[in-house]
Each structure stands twice: as structure tokens, then as C-alpha cells.
Design a protein around this ligand. Structure first.
Ligand code: IPM
Ligand code: MG
Length: 355
């Protein structure tokens, strides 16, 4: 296969983990005989500094021309501490989602046995938890009509039937490939938008008779994720609820730094770690590259290159088992490896793998 990948490294630790993601992609492509090319583009604070726009037109074009985007992270404290800033790095992320039509954000919540002690939940509750949150990404309050005055402000949580239907189909297709259990999360006891979601879901449900569907209010879902995370298989929800629940989901595993995500929709799909740009660690070679590397696994899997994805997952597991780990997940007394060293170890493992 021929792959043209747009590389959006962004800010903070972004460029460092991006480098490792690219190296792993190259190694896998070499192993399996795929032809791959990379085109780097600016985004986030780096793009604001360079051209005054967090998602410049040129970057958009590079993304549109690519088969996939390997995204790292955006964000810079100099914008967080300035409420008067007219442009923010995060706007670049929202612009990218909207312009590429990335309406479905897929965030797997899985645990790694060797990191389970880092979970804030009791091990017996969280061990074996494995679910996917499908978050609607281009609608709802993030993009609805807004007004921002000094004494009055609002955001509109608007959804059309079409927007709800298409995300539900993505979710059902995931559920069909997994344990065939979909939880539709909404707030239909209060919100009109949620009642539309529930109505549409009850119609779409009939097209997927092999999947068991249940409906859960978002407050209850937030609670259930803590009480019984293994209950969930696939969960689907609107943009804002999904933003909140996926942070909760990633942290209960104890391995937030290891979780990748995919955003898919109308044009080029984007693969990125769930974590942010960690500006304090920039340039220190301490950031964990595993979430970025696992995003590359999701990238290959998206193109149905399952063995390629599998090899990356095995390499990551091997690095954890060999205690080749960045400082935040290293076992007591273990040697602390840098971002580059972990990446290089994984590349080497892939090169030597008998596959
Ligand atoms: C996320 C982030 C973004 C969001 C921010 C950075 C705009 O929290 O991807 O979950 O709210 O969607
Ligand atoms: Mg978020």
C-alpha cells in the first residue's frame, strides 16, 4: 500500500513524540513493504507564532491531500493565562475537526495489567475494563450558535437527525465487531437535543438486531464508569458529554499517557494521543511516546492493515514487559528511559520481529 501521511506535531512535547510515531510508521512500512511519505505542517501555538493562525490554509490543504494525519498535541500556557487572547491553539484543533468533517472521535479505554496499580480505582474493579467511547465531534455546544456578552452568554446544543444518525451507525459498527453491546448516553430527561438522540437511536437500533442497546443518562453513566467500568463495551454520546466522559475513562485505567484515539468522518482521518502538550516537559526527552505510537497502530488498523497494527501493539507490550519505560511509569529502581530511547527500542524490536 502507498501511504501519504500529514504530520502535525504541534506544541510542547508534540514534536518529540511525533518523531517517534514517524519512526515507528517507517519501520512498519519497511517490514510490510508499504510505501510511505510524510509531509509536515504547522498547527497550534507553533502556527500562531509563525503565521497567526492555529490551523492555516496550507495545513488544511496538506491534510486534505494526505491519506491520514498523524497529530500530536497543541497548547501553550502563554495562551491559557491570557483570557484576552484573540486566537488560541485549541481553535486550531476545532477548525481541523470541522474542516475535515471528523464527526466521530473514537477513544478506546483499555487497561494495561502492568499499570493497573496506577488506577485511582481498586484493581478488582478496573482490571479487564475494555470499552470504546464514540464521541460526536463536530456538533453540539462546541459549534452551535453562541453569544458572549459581559452579563449574558449562551451556547446552543443543536443536533440534526442526520448528525445523530451517522454517529450512531459508526457506534453500531464498532459494537458489532466487539461484544455487541452499545450504551447510548444522553440526558433525555431534561434536554430536547437528547430526546432527539434517543428517538433516532431507537429507530437505528432496529437495523442492528444482533447488538444489545441500552440507554443511560450521562450522570448515571459517569457514576457507572467508576462503579463498574467492565459494564461498558461501546458507548456513544454527544460532543460535550463525550469530552467529559473520555477524560474520566482515560484516567480510570491508570494509563492515560498510553491511550491513543482516532477521529474519522468525511475526509482524511486523524490519529492522535489522548493526552495534551505537557509544555513543562518540552525538550526534556521525558515524555512517554507510547500513546503516539499506539495512534500509529490505530492508523494502520483504519486501513485494515491488522497485522501492522498488531505488531505495534506487541512491540509496545514488549517494551513495557522489558521495563523500557519513561520515568512516570517506570517501576521502582528501574532505569529511566527517555522518549527517544523508548522509541528507538520499539523500532529495533519491530525490525527484529519475526513476522
Ligand atoms: C479533547 C480536548 C479538546 C476538546 C480541547 C483541547 C478543545 O479536551 O480533545 O478532548 O474539548 O475537545
Ligand atoms: Mg477533552
Amino acid at each position: 500500500m502507498k501511504l501519504n501521511i500529514a504530520v502535525l506535531a504541534g506544541d510542547g512535547i508534540g514534536p518529540e513524540i511525533s518523531e517517534q510515531g514517524v519512526a515507528v510508521t517507517k519501520a512498519v512500512c519497511e517490514k510490510f513493504g508499504h510505501e510511505v511519505s510524510f509531509t509536515s505542517a504547522l498547527c497550534g501555538a507553533a502556527a500562531i507564532d509563525a503565521v497567526g493562525d492555529p490551523f492555516p490554509e496550507e495545513t488544511f490543504q496538506i491534510c486534505m491531500d494526505a491519506d491520514a494525519v498523524l497529530f500530536s498535541a497543541v497548547g501553550d500556557p502563554k495562551f491559557d493565562n491570557d483570557p484576552t487572547a484573540k486566537v488560541r491553539p485549541e481553535q486550531g484543533l476545532l477548525a481541523m475537526r470541522k474542516k475535515l468533517g471528523l464527526f466521530a472521535n473514537i477513544r478506546p479505554v483499555e487497561t494495561f495489567d502492568c499499570l493497573i496499580h496506577k488506577s485511582p480505582l481498586r484493581e478488582d474493579l478496573v482490571k479487564g475494563a475494555d470499552f470504546v467511547c464514540i464521541r460526536e465531534l463536530t456538533g453540539g455546544m462546541y459549534f452551535g450558535q453562541k453569544q458572549e456578552g459581559t452579563d449574558y452568554a449562551f451556547d446552543t446544543n443543536a443536533y440534526s437527525r442526520e448528525e445523530v444518525e451517522r454517529i450512531l451507525h459508526v457506534a453500531y459498527q464498532y459494537a458489532r465487531r466487539r461484544r455487541k453491546h452499545l450504551t447510548v448516553v444522553d440526558k433525555a430527561n431534561v434536554l430536547a437535543s437528547s430526546r432527539l438522540w434517543r428517538k433516532v437511536a431507537q429507530e437505528v437500533e432496529k437495523q442492528y438486531p444482533t447488538v444489545t442497546t441500552d440507554y443511560m443518562y450521562v450522570d448515571n453513566a459517569a457514576m457507572r464508569m467508576i462503579q463498574e467500568p467492565r459494564f461498558f463495551d461501546v458507548m456513544v454520546t454527544e460532543n460535550t458529554f463525550g469530552d467529559i466522559l473520555t477524560d474520566e475513562g482515560s484516567c480510570i485505567t491508570g494509563s492515560m499517557g498510553l491511550l491513543p484515539s482516532a477521529s474519522i468522518g468525511e475526509s482524511t482521518p486523524v490519529f492522535e494521543p489522548i493526552h495534551g502538550s505537557w509544555p513543562q516537559a518540552k525538550g526534556l526527552n521525558i515524555a512517554n511516546p507510547l500513546a503516539q505510537i499506539l495512534s500509529v497502530a490505530m492508523l494502520f488498523e483504519y486501513f485494515n492493515l491488522k497485522d501492522e497494527g498488531k505488531l505495534i501493539r506487541l512491540a509496545v507490550q514488549a517494551s513495557l514487559d522489558a521495563n523500557v519505560r519513561t520515568p512516570e511509569i517506570q517501576v521502582e529502581g528501574g532505569e529511566k528511559y527517555g522518549t527517544k530511547e523508548v522509541g528507538a527500542w520499539i523500532v529495533d524490536w519491530i525490525n527484529r520481529a519475526d513476522y
